[in-house]
Design a protein around this ligand. Structure first.
Ligand code: BGC
Length: 753
């Protein structure tokens, strides 16, 4: 049915486009050859209306949403634009997403598979705190997109991890906008170095999935500027993404896609964005308002959009001149695209090189939370590997961030690859158990359908004692998955289930009785509760959703071939109730059954800004992560004692332990609170060192500009830095500062937004 609709719609558009003014081919302007304005002038209204919306979307063979295509575009891509051949305008193709290119691996009548690399997800990429890793992953993902015929990659997704229960946190980077913005900028520069574009999404404050298409986020302007927009601002200014995707939700009563303040004043005027804005898929209600607001392209494209815009044109609420602006910008985008350049893509990206990148990023992004008495690394030998997710590892989340990959290395397989002896009987037992349990689950018919966590396979005390007898240590994996379309729950999701707690408890008793260690691996999409059970584990390692090479990355860390160097890009609270947005009014909003509005009353006090300022202890703080080695941070020097527009801080970091490793040096700033209240610390810079051998040192430097000192004043609509004493705190976590120094600002400063 939908197929028929799609064909009919395409036919109608084709027909409409055939009613064009008579003009000889010689005099018809051509995109790329004639000035864009001339091309726009030569377009009929029908052609303009075709160009400002995509070619539509259909649902195919029960495998979830798949896009229809004009002339043979890439199956499984998320959207395409209309081609207007008489003006030399090709169709361009867009595909998700943040953890790898999302296209169909199967094509009718073709026996080969079109696999893509399942890279580590956004959260684990950010946990590397390594912009070089982000650039590399962006470059590889961009190459893969280009070689499969994609013009615009719908990534990265950098909404703030405001609350641990957001279903899409796995795609997102951090609770801090500096981490999110810098990692995103590096990813974008890497991706766009291939000559394809990205879509930085979801602009903005799309921090929950509950009622995502309509919820009204009531966010104070200061919190918007400092937290929810700041990451986008950094990424836009530093990497000029070709496109930005406006978010589904409303901010302060206006849909993001219909919001001229957001899309024109802030994005274009304040930040100097030159690209196009497209809607998220089917976002917003008022299509003419979207165009007027500066939302150029309506995706994936619907008939109703054109109808409403025609009505608005007839009424005069929008004019053809208004639409010309959108059209011009879309043409500028198309001009840069591989499709316009007739790039002959190979359909053969460098998958094995990209798998290597996926592995390296996963190795750098896993975070060691606990390591009592150097439980890790584990010596080679027999390992008891427990927990469903050890064998059926979650490598990515669900929704548009899913990837059709060639393979996935489970954590158990990765440990075996790293040389550990994994009991074959245990492996068999888990395989039987998991296939039987999965068979009981309803068939998954859409990418928006969550994957249910299965109850843990249980073991008797006797069995665990036997295992403890015959192996050197136990490794238990706790798995969590989430994704687009719904948020997580506190019970049995944020909190561990009874069967998981019992598995940890019984295993710890059996193994500790024999003097053997227990390692817990968290294969999770987002933060889970750890405080109530962590005493039972000797070591805890967060593997996140690590991509297709996750198992091999874990093997490298557990064996000590690689020293962990990931740091948390979000706080792990002691209890969910401690989260600043824990009340239901704050997340996911009210009324409870179907929230239509959500209050961001915590303002800028998100994550560590809140825990530090209010002195609320966390289980593991933002910026935290252990290593097998240790580092000293010393010799903090400031380039000046009085700020005059720019200041440089340098510090020496030395590996004083026994393993080669990398450290993340973090600079926080405490600013005077004269005109506004301030968090006690805010991250203003971070550097990941190169691999330092024991005894080796590196000097790292940070530059602070005037904006780094400032907060956004709602009163004046400007960035304001108060005069007074500023304290720089340098360390390796948001609660651990090895060095401090102060500087003065003699006179307050204000800056335009
Ligand atoms: C998601 C976007 C995605 C788009 C296209 C939407 O549902 O929110 O992130 O890019 O679909 O697949």
């Amino acid at each position: 049915m939908l197929d028929i609709l799609k064909v009919t719609y395409t036919a109608i558009i084709a027909l409409a486009l055939s009613h064009i003014p008579a003009a000889s081919a010689a005099t018809t302007p051509q995109l790329g050859k004639s000035p864009i304005r001339d091309v726009v002038k030569a377009m009929t209204l029908d052609e303009k209306l075709a160009l400002i919306h995509g070619t539509g979307m259909l649902v195919s063979n029960g495998n979830g949403p798949v896009v229809g295509s004009v002339s043979g575009a890439v199956p499984g891509a998320a959207g395409t634009t209309f081609a207007i051949p008489r003006l030399g305008i090709p169709s361009i193709v867009m595909a998700d997403g943040p953890a790898g290119v999302r296209i169909d691996s199967l094509r009718p009548g073709n026996s080969r598979r079109y696999y893509c690399t399942a890279f580590p997800t956004g959260t684990i990429l950010a946990s590397t705190w390594n912009t070089e890793m982000a650039r590399l992953m962006g470059k590889d993902m961009g190459q893969e997109a280009k070689e499969y015929g994609i013009d615009v990659l719908l990534a990265p997704a950098i909404n703030i991890q405001r609350n641990p229960l957001c279903g899409r946190n796995y795609e997102y980077y951090s609770e801090d906008p500096l981490v999110a913005g810098n990692i995103a900028a590096a990813f974008i520069l890497g991706a766009q170095s291939n000559g394809i574009g990205v879509s930085l999404k979801h602009f903005a404050a799309n921090n929950q999935e509950t009622s995502r298409a309509s919820v009204n986020a009531l966010v104070p302007i200061r919190a918007l500027r400092e937290i929810y927009l700041r990451g986008f601002e950094i990424a836009v200014k530093e990497s000029q993404p070709w496109t930005v995707m406006s978010a589904y939700n409303k901010i302060n009563n206006t849909y993001c896609s219909e919001n001229p303040w957001l899309l024109t004043d802030v994005l274009r005027r304040d930040w100097g964005f030159h690209g196009i804005v497209m809607t998220d898929w089917f976002a917003g209600r008022n299509y003419p308002a979207q165009l007027m607001a500066g939302n150029d392209l309506l995706m994936p494209g619907r008939k109703a959009e054109v109808k409403r815009i025609r009505e608005a044109l007839a009424k005069g609420t929008i004019t053809e001149v208004d639409i010309d602006k959108n059209v011009e910008r879309i043409l500028e985008l198309i001009l840069q695209c591989p499709a316009f350049k007739r790039y002959r893509y190979s359909d053969n990206p460098q998958l094995s090189a990209h798998a290597q990148t996926a592995r390296t990023v996963a190795e750098e992004g896993m975070v060691l939370l606990k390591n009592e008495q150097q439980a890790l690394p584990l010596a080679q030998g027999a390992l008891t590997v427990l927990g469903n997710a050890s064998y059926d590892t979650y490598i990515g989340g669900t929704g548009s961030g899913e990837v059709a990959k060639a393979y996935a290395v489970s954590l158990a397989k990765g440990l075996a690859n790293a040389g550990y002896h994994i009991d074959g009987n245990l492996l068999q037992a888990y395989h039987h158990y998991l296939s039987a349990e999965k068979a009981k689950q309803p068939k998954r018919t859409s990418i928006l359908q969550k994957i249910s966590n299965l109850p843990e396979k249980t073991w008797t005390v006797d069995e665990l004692q036997q295992m403890a007898e015959h192996s050197e240590a136990a490794l238990i994996t706790i798995g969590r998955n989430a994704g687009e379309g719904s948020d997580r729950k506190a019970d049995d999701d944020y909190l561990l289930t009874d069967s998981e707690k019992s598995l940890i408890d019984k295993t710890a008793k059996a193994f500790h009785a024999k003097g053997k260690k227990v390692v817990v691996v968290l294969n999770i999409d987002g933060v889970v509760e750890v405080a109530s059970w962590r005493d039972k584990a000797d070591a805890i390692l967060v593997a996140w959703l690590p991509g297709q090479e996750g198992g091999n990355a874990l093997g490298a860390l557990v064996s000590g071939r690689v020293t962990p160097s990931g740091k948390l890009a979000q706080s792990f609270p002691m209890r969910y109730a401690d989260v600043p947005s824990a009340s239901s009014v704050a997340f996911p909003g009210e009324p409870a059954a179907h929230p239509d509005s959500v209050r961001y009353d915590e303002g800028v006090y998100v994550g560590y800004r809140y825990y530090n300022t209010k002195h609320i202890a966390t289980a593991y703080p933002f910026g935290y992560g252990l290593s097998y080695t240790s580092f000293s941070i010393s010799g903090l020097k400031l380039s000046k004692r009085t700020f005059d527009g720019e200041l440089t801080a340098t510090v020496k970091v030395k590996n004083v332990g026994k393993y080669p490793g990398k450290e993340v040096v973090q600079l926080y700033l405490a600013a005077p609170a004269l005109s506004m209240d301030k968090p006690t610390e805010e991250l203003k810079g971070f550097v990941k060192t190169r691999l330092l051998k024991p005894g080796q040192a590196q000097t790292v430097s940070f530059t602070l500009d005037a904006r780094a000192l400032a907060s956004f004043s709602e009163k004046t609509g400007r960035w304001v830095a108060d005069k007074g004493t500023y304290t720089i705190k340098v360390g390796n976590a948001s609660d651990h500062f090895a060095q401090k120094a102060t500087f003065a600002l003699a006179h307050g400063m204000t800056m335009k937004p």
